[in-house]
Write a protein that binds this ligand. Sequence first.
Ligand code: HEC
Length: 103
Amino acid sequence: MNKWTLPALFVAAMALTVPVHAADIAAGKAKAGDSCSDCHGDDGKGDKKFPGIAGMPVEKFTQAIADVQSGKSGKNKKMIKEAKQLSADDVANLAAYYASLKK
Ligand code: HEC
């Protein structure tokens, strides 16, 4: 073992055990059930009135929420209110969840 082996192992272990902002699909699903599925549907497919968001790529979803939060887009008052209540973690989890659903 040279003098770097232990520090290197330590760094590798930290990287494995403390993933910063790892998206949590289960948490995203729970949040979606609480806040989003009333309009976008349990399967995220939406309907005539509400856009489908299932299968949306993470970047596109994240940008869409950011645009609603910043007032750049969004007309539906409740949608805007829900978006503004989301933390960065919520958005990451929801993005992972909806991206995991079939279109
Ligand atoms: C009251 C119904 C309603 C609720 C609740 C709601 N939305 Fe929406 N959502 C809409 C509507 C309507 C739009 C279309 C834009 C608009 O009119 O504001 C939209 C648009 C979106 C878009 C952009 C779609 C696109 O194609 O650009 C995303 C992403 C989205 N909603 C995610 C969510 C998430 C995540 C939640 C839960 C935190 C949520 N919505 C809760 C009604 C809702």
